[in-house]
Design a protein around this ligand. Structure first.
Ligand SMILES: [Zn+2]
Ligand SMILES: [Zn+2]
Length: 143
C-alpha cells in the first residue's frame, strides 16, 4: 500500500490542505519518478477517475512551490517531476530514448560543483545534467 499517512503529513507540514488530487499526485510521482505531466494525469485518473488537466497542473505547481516535488526539464524534453527532493542529486538523460536516471550528488551537498569563477555570486545550487546513451540503447546499437 502507498504510504498515504506519510503524504498527508508532508502536506500538513507544508501548510497545504490534504485533498485527494494532491495525495494522488504524490502517490503517482512516488511510483513513477521523473514522470511527465501527461503520464501523471493518466495515473491520477486511473486512481481517482475524471480529474481535469488544470487540476493536476495546479497540484503540481503547488507541490513544487512547497518543495514537496522537484521539477526538472532537460533541454528538448517536457518537464518531469520527482519526489526525491533536497539531496541535490543530478540526472543522466539518454539522448536516444529520453530515459532519465538519478545520479547522486558528487560531493554530497549543494552546490556540489565549485564554479571556477563565481563572479561574486553566492552560489547555493548547481543543476547538472549528464547526457549519454542508456544501457538498453547501448545494447540495441551493438547488436
Ligand atoms: Zn535509451
Ligand atoms: Zn531524480
Amino acid at each position: 500500500m502507498p504510504p498515504t499517512a506519510e503524504f498527508e503529513r508532508q502536506l500538513r507540514d507544508a501548510d497545504l490542505r490534504v485533498t485527494q488530487p494532491r495525495l494522488a499526485v504524490l502517490r503517482a510521482i512516488r511510483e513513477h519518478p521523473h514522470a511527465d505531466t501527461e503520464s501523471i494525469i493518466g495515473v491520477v485518473r486511473g486512481d481517482l477517475g475524471e480529474v481535469s488537466h488544470q487540476a493536476v497542473y495546479d497540484v503540481l505547481r503547488a507541490l513544487t512551490n512547497a518543495g514537496l516535488l522537484r521539477r526538472i526539464q532537460p533541454s528538448g524534453t517536457v518537464a518531469r517531476y520527482e519526489s526525491r527532493v533536497g539531496d541535490n542529486h543530478h540526472h543522466v538523460v539518454c539522448r536516444s530514448c529520453g530515459a532519465i536516471a538519478d545520479v547522486d550528488c558528487a560531493v554530497g551537498e549543494a552546490p556540489c560543483l565549485a564554479a571556477s569563477d563565481d563572479s561574486g555570486y553566492v552560489i547555493d545550487e548547481a543543476e547538472v545534467i549528464y547526457w549519454g546513451t542508456c544501457p538498453a540503447c547501448t545494447s540495441a546499437q551493438s547488436s
